[in-house]
Write a protein that binds this ligand. Structure first.
Ligand code: GLY
Length: 363
C-alpha cells in the first residue's frame, strides 16, 4: 500500500486514511475513487473560520466532479460541542434534504469532527461520513477511530457513539494557517504515540534537526509524524474498536488531562496542553512505583517541554480531583484505571494505584 495511505482494518467497514499535500484540492477525485457517486447529496459541516479558509476550495473541487454539496457552520469552541450544535446540524440536514444515501463531511478540528460524526451516526439512524481534519490534533487522533460525541454539562464526551468514517483525508498544508499554540497542542498527541508504542517516533521527535523541521512545518517531516501516529492508532483501533481493553492506552495522560481541563475551565488549557501535564504526572507515578526509569521519565518531560508544552501542574484541590476522576469514563466497577509507562514505547493499564500516590500532585 502507498506509504501515505493507511488502512484502518476492522471486521466491518475498514477504511483508508490518505495523507497528501494539497489533498483539499482533490476531494472530488478521492470520493469518486472510493466509490462515492456524485448523485449523493453532501452536507459539509464546519465552522466559520475553517470554512472561510478552505470551504470554497472544497466546494469548487466538488462542483468540478458534479457533486451537489453545501456547507453548514456550527459555532466554534468546546462550549459549543453540545446538543444545541447537534440539533442545528439536524435542522440543516432536514433543510437540504439529507436522505439515507447522502453523505456528511466534517471539515475542521476535533470539535467539528466529533459533533459531525455523532450527527452522522444518528441522522436517519446513521448515514456515511468523511473526516477532513484541519488541525494536527484531529489529524493524528480524533478523526481516526470512530469516537464521536458531544459534551453533557456533567462531563466531556458523555453522549456519543462509536461510528467509523468512510474515509479520512488529511492535507498537511491546512496546518499552515493553524495558530502556533494549537499546533503545539497537537504535538502532545504525537509525543503520546511515541511514549505508548513507538520508540522510533519518540527518538525522531527528540532529534533537534527534526524538531526544527517539524516546528517549521516542513512537509516531509509533518507527513512522517502524522503517518507514524496514525499507523499506531489504526493498529490499536483495529484490535479493540470499542475500547474493551487495549484501546484505553490511547488515553495515556488523559485522566489527569481531563481533570485539568475540567477544573481550570475548558479553554484555559488546550486539550494537548492538559494531557502534556497528565503525561508528566503519569511518568512521575510510574517512576515512583519503579515501573519506569528516572532517565526515561526525564526524557519524556524534556521532549514535552521542547515542543513548548507545559509540564507544571496547576493549583487544584484534591477533593475536586477525586470528584472528576470518579465521574471519568475510565472508572470501571468503581476502580480507577491508569495508563502508566513501563518502557520507552510501552505502557500498561493499572488499577492498583491508590489515592495517595496521585493526589500528592495536587493541593
Ligand atoms: N482518543 C482516544 C481514542 O480514540 O481512543
Amino acid at each position: 500500500m502507498d506509504k501515505n495511505k493507511i488502512l484502518v482494518p476492522l471486521s466491518n467497514n475498514s477504511y483508508e486514511v490518505i495523507i497528501k499535500q494539497g489533498l483539499i484540492n482533490s476531494i472530488g477525485e478521492e470520493l469518486t475513487r472510493i466509490g462515492i457517486n456524485n448523485n449523493r447529496k453532501i452536507l459539509i459541516v464546519s465552522n466559520k473560520e475553517i470554512s472561510t479558509l478552505f470551504g470554497s476550495k472544497l466546494l469548487n473541487n466538488l462542483k468540478k466532479y458534479n457533486f451537489n454539496a453545501e456547507i453548514f457552520n456550527i459555532k466554534a469552541g468546546e462550549s459549543h460541542k453540545n446538543l444545541a450544535s447537534l440539533s442545528e446540524i439536524f435542522n440543516a440536514a432536514f433543510e437540504v434534504g439529507l436522505d439515507r444515501n447522502s453523505l456528511i463531511i466534517a471539515l475542521g478540528g476535533g470539535i467539528v469532527g466529533d459533533v459531525t460524526g455523532f450527527a452522522a451516526a444518528t441522522w436517519l439512524r446513521g448515514i456515511e461520513y468523511i473526516q477532513i481534519p484541519t488541525t494536527l490534533l484531529s489529524m493524528v487522533d480524533s478523526s481516526v477511530g470512530g469516537k464521536t460525541a458531544v459534551n453533557h454539562p456533567k462531563g466531556k464526551n458523555l453522549i456519543g457513539a462509536f461510528y467509523q468514517p468512510k474515509a479520512v483525508f488529511i492535507d498537511p498544508e491546512t496546518l499552515i494557517t493553524l495558530p502556533t499554540r494549537e499546533f503545539k497542542a497537537g504535538m502532545a498527541e504525537v509525543i503520546k504515540y511515541g511514549v505508548i508504542k513507538d520508540k522510533s517516533l519518540f527518538e525522531y521527535l527528540e532529534n533537534e534537526k527534526n524538531r526544527n523541521k517539524i516546528i517549521n512545518l516542513e512537509n516531509e517531516s509533518l507527513i512522517k509524524i502524522i503517518n507514524k501516529s496514525i499507523k499506531t492508532k489504526a493498529r490499536i483501533v483495529s484490535e479493540d474498536e470499542k475500547e474493551i481493553g487495549i484501546r484505553a492506552i490511547l488515553n495515556y495522560g488523559h485522566s489527569f488531562g481531563h481533570v485539568i481541563e475540567n477544573l481550570c475551565g475548558y479553554g484555559e488549557y488546550l486539550h494537548g496542553e492538559a494531557i502534556s501535564i497528565g503525561m508528566k504526572i503519569a511518568g512521575d507515578i510510574a517512576t515512583e512505583k519503579n515501573l519506569w526509569s528516572k532517565e526515561h521519565s526525564l526524557r519524556q518531560d524534556h521532549l514535552i517541554e521542547s515542543y513548548g508544552l507545559p509540564t507544571q501542574t496547576p493549583k487544584i484541590k484534591k477533593n475536586e480531583v477525586m470528584k472528576i476522576l470518579m465521574g471519568d469514563k475510565k472508572v470501571r466497577n468503581g476502580k480507577m484505571r491508569f495508563i502508566l509507562p513501563v518502557e520507552l514505547g510501552e505502557v500498561d493499564i493499572f488499577n492498583d494505584i491508590n489515592e495517595t500516590q496521585f493526589l500528592k500532585y495536587f493541593d
